[in-house]
Design a protein around this ligand. Structure first.
Ligand SMILES: Nc1ncnc2c1ncn2[C@@H]1O[C@H](COP(=O)(O)OP(=O)(O)O)[C@@H](O)[C@H]1O
Ligand SMILES: [Mg+2]
Length: 353
């Protein structure tokens, strides 16, 4: 493992920001640290960077225990949520900053900065000041500035949080490409699951100072291993009494389950040709227009399920009686989550990723 945290604890007053946090990261990977606000993500980054000291536990980078190595000697680049560029310095000087500190020669600095300006696609804008750039351009400069001293590890703390949705979308793909190109091991903090799923090679989920799960975006999405992850990831609805639904037997004493829209399919009564006995009857309670699809709230035996329907499909109406197929759900107790499939719909597995 290139970066390794072992049994890290950190308390602020009586608040446990890191609770026995352990994880490892392979070299060259882009890791997404995903969790709700206040779950301890920034604290983890700051401890890795040396800006905060753990109460106990060890941090290793490239095999070296860095607990006692000052921040400036850890070889880490940091990109913050707020642009944190130097306002009175040009783009060129901002990017050159770390190299000046390293006392590199003028020639070397110019070469490196020109190369980075080219890399981030801002050729010709080296003389501009941060106020003359868009939010997206400023974050590109912040990224170049962090990369200039050739860090062994790049930490990004919600770098796109202050940027509007459309540009943020573009920057995600951009960042993933850049990091691949440069090949630097990176940890990317976000509270936005779409962002983490899209950008990261691997996701680590934090909750109240704990690490809940670590895995590829697909693993985390498909196989949430804790009740928190099952509820936090995906467009999840918690339902009680899931065992009232056809095809699902009660597991141990577990009452609750999580269901996602993609596990539910709503069909007009006359559309259903297969699995007739396995389908439930439901009543459409609400229809929300979501742009590229419709979101339906459908009542099945008093349980409200969320489902999606294509705009191209025959329209359904509020109050209409429909057929509802429920393919799978996740049951969970305080600790664990596990997947239940509906055996009566089993050979329709192609629906799933
Ligand atoms: N320097 C600090 N002093 C006191 N409390 C802090 C400090 N830094 C973080 N905290 C607390 O620790 C908790 C976790 O914070 P943080 O790591 O910033 O979470 P996240 O980045 O996931 O939102 C927060 O509730 C915050 O109030
Ligand atoms: Mg934070």
């Amino acid at each position: 493992m290139y970066v390794e945290l072992k049994n890290i604890n950190k308390t602020f007053g009586d608040f446990k920001a890191s609770n026995n946090v352990s994880f490892g990261i392979e070299q060259g990977k882009l890791i997404g640290l995903l969790g709700p606000s206040g779950s301890g993500k920034t604290t983890i980054l700051r401890m890795i960077a040396g800006l905060e000291e753990p109460d106990s536990g060890d941090i290793f980078i490239d095999g070296v225990r860095v607990n006692d190595i000052p921040a400036s000697k850890r070889g880490i680049g940091f990109v913050f949520q707020s642009y944190a560029l130097f306002r009175y310095m040009s783009v060129f000087d901002n990017i050159a900053f770390g190299l000046e500190v390293q006392k590199k020669s003028k020639k070397e600095i110019k070469e490196k900065v020109d190369e980075l300006i080219k890399l981030i696609g801002l050729e010709g804008l080296g003389k501009r000041y941060p106020s003359q750039l868009s939010g997206g351009q400023r974050q590109r400069v912040a990224f170049a500035r962090a990369l200039a001293p050739n860090p062994q590890l790049l930490l990004l703390d919600e770098p796109f949080a202050a940027i509007d949705a459309k540009v943020r979308q573009e920057l995600r793909t951009w960042l993933k490409d850049m990091i691949n190109k440069v090949g630097v091991t990176s940890i990317f903090v976000t509270h936005d699951q779409d962002e983490a799923i899209e950008v990261a090679d691997e996701i680590i989920i934090t909750n109240r100072g704990n690490i809940e799960q670590k895995g590829s975006p697909l693993e985390i999405y498909k196989n949430p291993s804790t009740s928190f992850v099952a509820q936090f990831v995906g467009q999840s609805t918690v339902i009680e009494d899931y065992h009232k639904l056809k095809g699902f037997n009660k597991v141990r004493d577990i009452q609750k389950a999580v269901i996602r829209p993609e596990f539910v399919s709503v069909t007009k009564v006359n559309e259903l040709k297969q699995f007739i006995s396995a389908a439930e009857d439901g009543i459409i309670e609400q229809i929300l227009f979501r742009g590229s699809y419709l979101e339906l709230k459908v009542n099945v035996k008093g349980i409200i399920l969320t489902a999606h329907r294509f705009l191209e499909d025959t329209p359904v109406e509020v109050g209409e009686r429909v057929k509802v197929k429920i393919y799978r759900l996740y049951v969970f107790d305080e600790k664990e989550a596990s997947l239940l499939r509906n055996p009566a719909l089993e050979d329709n597995n192609w629906v799933f990723i």
